[in-house]
Design a protein around this ligand. Structure first.
Ligand SMILES: NC(=O)c1ccc[n+]([C@@H]2O[C@H](COP(=O)([O-])OP(=O)(O)OC[C@H]3O[C@@H](n4cnc5c(N)ncnc54)[C@H](OP(=O)(O)O)[C@@H]3O)[C@@H](O)[C@H]2O)c1
Length: 326
């Protein structure tokens, strides 16, 4: 059993990684800006198995990072943001660089960095290009690091299904950005955490990049349709062309917690599916989980008329997944 540090461990993906590490008997340290926020993670393990500690990526010194990482077996970096754009370079490029340098200096065995599907240095999206530069920095400084690139991630407490289910409960329509044609390969958060476990378990995967997608390719429209069917909300689709969505995104990004940004609209212009010729879950020996059968459970709190308001049945893949099953 080892000791692992999970940066971003209070986040959606980080929590699942902490949970899986605990289940395998590892000791987990969670550096966070808010120790209170991390307190709930303690029940992921036995007494003393999870240790939250105060750490600020912007303010903490190199020495305090070295002290934190001294003697640990592995580090998982799940820090990432969708806004504000002005912090992309600091959090997606400079921070991974600092972390990889410290891990190299201290001889940490495992460094696993969570990136995202579709990133490229030349991307017009500032999110995608910063994430790509972060990957490059990590691999150039710490060549044994492994990179995970998930498609959109679903699971309890995600910011994806929940966001649109909320909108469906508040509005008479759901926006179909770019006609809803963009294709995704939604991946279960538990499978992403399982991939981290597989990387820890074997040295075979060091220095490699894995693209993670679920078993089904679904269009944006398919996903919204499945949410509506599951929750029972009576809403219609309103097509919103990309140029109009960009303007809306620009206006919304002036808010402290925007539901859409202009940069996200750029991301929506490209499909977010696992490319050919890449390492995938299969190479890690993991059979990914399908999203559709999980929707009734994941959207319980968003049902029309309340949690017990709408009788629902699990959605079958043939109903909502016209695209190829992978
Ligand atoms: N969710 C998805 O659908 C998805 C899809 C593809 C890739 N990803 C990638 O997966 C990773 C995890 O995503 P997530 O959905 O779990 O994100 P999340 O829930 O927002 O969590 C991100 C974590 O990053 C830390 N963080 C955020 N801003 C920070 C700042 N200014 N300074 C220091 N720490 C900060 C936070 O930790 P503290 O608040 O505790 O300090 C937070 O727990 C990210 O790299 C993301 O790009 C996510």
């Amino acid at each position: 059993m080892g000791t692992f540090v999970v940066f971003g461990g209070t986040g959606f993906v980080g929590r699942s990684v902490v949970h899986h590490l605990c289940a395998e008997g590892h000791r987990v340290i969670v550096p966070t800006r808010s120790v209170e926020k991390a307190a709930s993670l303690k029940v992921s393990g036995h007494v003393g198995q999870v240790t939250p500690c105060a750490f600020d990526l912007f303010r903490s010194s190199k020495e305090s990072l070295n002290t934190l990482l001294a003697g640990v077996d592995g580090v998982i970096n799940t820090v990432g943001i969708l806004y504000p754009k002005r912090l992309f370079d600091t959090l997606h490029v400079q921070w991974p660089k600092t972390l990889a340098t410290a891990c190299g200096h201290l001889g940490v065995e495992h460094l696993i960095h969570i990136s995202a599907l579709g990133v490229a240095p030349s991307s017009k999206s500032a999110y995608a290009s910063s994430k790509a530069r972060g990957e490059q920095a990590v691999l150039s400084i710490f060549p044994r690091a492994s990179i995970l690139r998930p498609s959109v991630i679903f699971g309890p407490g995600d910011g994806f299904l929940g966001k649109f289910a909320n909108m469906a409960s508040l509005l008479p329509f759901l926006p179909l950005i770019g006609g809803g044609k963009t294709r995704f390969q939604p991946v279960f958060v538990g499978d992403v955490a399982q991939a981290v476990m597989a990387l820890i378990a074997s040295e075979r995967h060091e220095g490699q990049v894995f693209s993670l997608g679920g078993p089904n390719v679904l269009s944006f429209r398919d996903i919204l349709q499945a949410i509506i069917k599951t929750t029972g909300h009576d809403v219609f689709f309103m097509p919103v062309p990309f140029f109009m969505a960009s303007i809306l995104g620009w206006i919304m990004q002036q808010l402290p917690r925007p539901i859409l940004t202009a940069d996200q609209v750029i991301l929506l212009k490209s499909d977010n599916v696992v490319p050919a010729e890449t390492k995938t879950f299969e190479d890690l020996g993991i059979l990914p989980t399908s999203m559709l059968p999980m929707l009734p459970e994941l959207l319980q709190g968003h049902m029309r008329g309340g949690r017990w308001g709408t009788p629902h049945s699990a959605i079958t893949e043939s109903e909502t997944a016209p695209h190829a099953n992978l």
